[in-house]
Design a protein around this ligand. Structure first.
Ligand code: GCU
Length: 603
C-alpha cells in the first residue's frame, strides 16, 4: 500500500517558515572566529587575573540570564543572583584546583571581568581566549557575542563595533560537562579540568592587519621556504616584506585582492634540530602592520621505512605527557609548568614528546622548540566518539583548523595525530577519519600525519598489525601494553610481527604498566601489588622486544608523571591516579625510569 501524506497549504507555509528560521539560526550561529596567529607578539592587553564567578551546578543561571546583571529598579524589586559577594577565580587556570568545593565539579561556572576601553579611531579590537574547557558562551555588556566548543584550542571574537568607551563587562559561561558527541566524548582517562584554562587578551590591530602566515621549509627541501601571508581588512593589494635579519634576508611580495601573498625564497639556513634548536627572528611587514616571530626551519619526512629529520634518519626517543602540573595537581598552562614537564622529558633522554591526548598550550609548544624537543600534537578524537552524529566531523574540522593555524609555524611540531584508539567497527569511523586526514594534508603537507591504534591481535607471541587507517598514515602508531593489560605469551625477544604495511615506519606510541613509587616490599611478580619491581620488569621486557620490531622508528612510554584520572579507583595503590608514570606525582624516579633512561642513552 502506498502511503501519501497530504498537508494543507497553511501547514506547508508554517514548515517553510520554521525551516527558514532554522537555517537563519544555523547560518547566523554565533560561532567564534579562528584566532589570529602569534598572539604572543601582538599589541595586546592581558585580562588575566582575578575574575568574579558564580558557581551554577544546576545551570539555572541561563534561565536567570545572569549576564544581564539586572539591578532592582523599584523598592519592591530584588534580584536572586549577583557576582558581587561571590568568590574570585584566577584566570588562566582550571577551577577544580582553586576551590575545594570545585574539586570534582563538572558543570557551569559564570565568570565576569570588567575592563576599560579607549579604542582609537582606525583601530580594531579582538577578545582572545587561549582555551576554555569545554563549552564557552561569551557575553559583552549583556549581549551574547558567540560561543566556542572544545577545551584545548584558541578562539577570538571581534568586538570593535560592540565595545563601549570606558567601562565594559565580559561574562563567560563555562561548562566542562562531558558531551556524548564531544571531542573527547564522555569517557577518557584524564582529569576533566574545567575553566578558562589559558590566557585571555584584548588584541588591538589596525583596520588591516596580518592575520595569518605560514613560513616553513618546503616539504623535502633544506633551503627553500614556501609559504604565504594573509591580511585581514586590506581594501587593496599591499606590499609585504619578510625579513630574517640574521640571514640578511629581505623578501618582497604583494597580496592579491583577497589579501593573500605567496612567500617563496631560498637561503642558507641553519636547520633546527634537537641538538641545535636554532630559531630565527622573522619579521613580517605589510603596509600597515608589523609582526615578529621566532621561527625554526627543519625538514621532516618519511622515506621508505625511515623517519628523516633534515634528511637524516632519526630515532624518536619519546615520552607521553598529559597537560598537568603534578606538583600543583592542576592543569598546566604557564611557561613554568611547561618547563617542569619538558625538563623531566629531557632528563629521561628524550628528543620527542607526545602531548597526549589534546592540543597543549602554546607555551609548551614554544618551550619545547627552544629546548630541542620535537612535538607530537594530537586531537582529542579519543576512543568512544560519536562518528555517526553529523555534527562531530564538523567539530573535528574546526578543532583541526584551530590547532594547525596556531602551531603550523612551530618547527618543533612534526606530527599531527588525528585520533587515539578509536575502534574500526564503529559506524562511519573510517570514512570520517579518512576525510579528516585529507583535510589535514590540505592544511599542512609539511608534517607527518597519523592515527594511533590499539586494536591489534596479539596471539601465540605474534603481533598481527592491520588497520584501515594505517593506509592513510605516515606512521604505524601502535599502543600496546604487553606485560600489563596483556600478559606475555612467550619470550619478548622472540615476539613475531605481521604488519600489513611493511614499508612504513613503526612507532610504539604507548607501552608500560603501573607502580606505586616506593612500593617494593610485596612480591614483585604479581601485578596486583603495584610494585616498582613489576613495572621495571615490564620495561626490561619491552626494551628487549623492541629489537624484534621491523622498521621501528621510535618508542614512547606511557607516561612521564603519574597523573590524575578518576577512574583509577584502587584506594590502596591508585587513589585517583593513573600510576603508569616513570615518575611519581612528586617527581620521584621509579626503577623503570632507569631502564628507559639507559635505553635512550644507547640510542
Ligand atoms: C590507553 C590510552 C591512554 C590511557 C592508557 C592507560 O592506551 O591511550 O589514554 O591512559 O591506555 O590505560 O593507562
Amino acid at each position: 500500500m502506498k502511503y501519501i501524506t497530504t498537508i494543507g497549504k497553511g501547514t506547508l507555509f508554517r514548515i517553510q517558515i520554521v525551516t527558514l528560521l532554522c537555517l537563519m539560526c544555523l547560518a547566523g550561529g554565533l560561532h567564534s572566529q579562528t584566532a589570529m596567529v602569534n598572539v604572543l607578539n601582538r599589541h595586546k592587553t592581558s585580562l588575566n587575573g582575578d575574575w568574579q564567578v558564580i558557581i551554577d551546578p544546576t545551570g539555572i543561571g541561563e534561565w536567570k540570564q545572569v549576564w544581564q546583571e539586572k539591578k532592582p529598579q523599584k523598592k519592591t524589586d530584588f534580584v536572586e543572583y549577583s557576582f558581587d559577594g561571590g568568590p574570585y577565580l584566577k584566570v588562566p587556570g582550571d577551577f577544580n584546583s582553586q576551590l575545594c568545593e570545585l574539586t570534582y565539579f563538572e558543570g557551569t561556572i559564570w565568570y565576569k571581568k570588567r575592563f576599560q576601553n579607549a579604542l582609537q579611531v582606525g583601530k580594531r579590537l579582538f577578545l582572545y581566549f587561549g582555551a576554555v574547557n569545554y563549552m564557552a558562551d561569551v557575553y559583552l555588556n549583556g549581549e551574547k557575542i558567540g560561543s566556542h566548543e572544545g577545551g584545548f584550542t584558541p578562539f577570538q571574537f571581534e568586538i570593535t563595533d560592540k565595545v563601549k568607551p570606558g567601562n565594559n563587562t565580559i561574562v563567560v559561561k563555562v561548562n566542562n560537562s562531558r558531551q556524548a558527541n564531544g571531542l573527547p566524548g564522555t569517557g577518557y582517562d584524564w582529569f576533566n579540568y574545567g575553566g578558562i584554562t589559558r590566557d585571555v587578551d584584548l588584541i588591538e590591530t589596525g583596520n588591516s592587519y596580518i592575520e595569518d602566515y605560514f613560513i616553513q621549509l618546503q616539504k623535502g627541501s633544506l633551503n627553500q621556504v614556501l609559504g604565504w601571508v594573509q591580511l585581514n581588512g586590506a581594501q587593496a593589494p599591499q606590499n609585504i616584506r619578510v625579513k630574517i635579519p640574521e640571514l640578511n634576508l629581505l623578501y618582497k611580495t604583494r597580496t592579491d585582492k583577497k589579501g593573500r601573498a605567496k612567500v617563496e625564497f631560498s637561503s642558507r639556513i641553519k636547520l633546527w634540530s634537537p641538538e641545535s634548536p636554532k630559531l630565527y627572528k622573522v619579521i613580517v611587514e605589510s603596509e600597515s602592520d608589523t609582526l615578529a616571530d621566532s621561527i625554526g626551519f627543519r625538514s621532516i619526512e618519511v622515506k621508505g621505512n625511515k623517519v628523516l629529520l633534515n634528511g637524516n634518519p632519526i630515532f624518536l626517543k619519546a615520552v607521553n605527557i598529559h597537560e598537568e602540573n603534578p606538583y600543583k595537581k592542576a592543569r598546566a598552562y604557564s611557561i613554568e609548568d611547561a618547563r617542569i614537564l619538558l625538563k623531566a622529558a629531557k632528563e629521561l633522554g628524550c628528543n620527542f614528546v607526545r602531548l597526549a591526548h589534546y592540543p597543549h598550550s602554546e607555551n609548551t609548544i614554544r618551550e619545547a622548540e627552544k629546548m630541542g624537543l620535537m612535538v607530537w600534537s594530537e586531537l582529542p578524537v579519543y576512543q568512544h566518539i560519536q562518528f555517526s552524529d553529523s555534527v562531530v566531523p564538523k567539530k573535528m574540522d574546526r578543532m583541526l583548523n584551530e590547532i594547525v593555524r596556531r602551531d603550523k609555524n612551530r618547527c618543533g611540531v612534526i606530527v599531527w595525530s588525528l585520533s587515539n584508539e578509536t575502534y574500526p567497527g564503529t559506524p562511519n569511523r573510517n570514512e570520517v577519519l579518512i576525510n579528516l586526514t585529507a583535510k589535514c594534508h590540505a592544511l599542512d603537507s609539511t608534517r607527518l600525519i597519523t592515527h594511533v591504534i590499539n586494536t591489534h591481535n596479539y596471539k601465540d607471541n605474534t603481533f598481527n598489525v592491520w588497520e584501515p587507517l594505517y593506509k592513510y598514515s605516515d606512521l604505524i602508531a601502535i599502543n600496546e601494553y604487553i606485560g600489563w593489560y596483556d600478559p606475555w605469551q612467550g619470550n619478548p625477544s622472540e615476539t613475531r610481527w605481521q604488519i600489513a604495511f611493511p614499508d612504513k615506519p613503526v612507532f610504539i606510541s604507548e607501552f608500560g604498566g603501573e607502580a606505586l613509587y616506593g612500593n617494593n616490599s610485596a612480591p614483585t611478580d604479581e601485578a596486583s601489588n603495584w610494585t616498582e619491581g613489576y613495572q621495571e620488569k615490564i620495561y626490561a621486557n619491552q626494551t628487549e622486544m623492541f629489537n624484534t620490531i621491523p622498521n621501528l622508528c621510535g618508542v614512547c612510554p606511557w607516561i612521564l608523571f603519574d597523573y590524575r584520572s578518576l577512574g583509577r579507583m584502587n584506594q590502596v595503590y591508585q587513589n585517583g591516579y593513573n600510576r603508569k608514570g616513570l615518575l611519581s606525582e612528586k617527581g620521584e624516579k621509579k626503577k623503570a625510569w632507569y631502564i628507559m633512561n639507559e635505553f635512550y642513552k644507547k640510542k
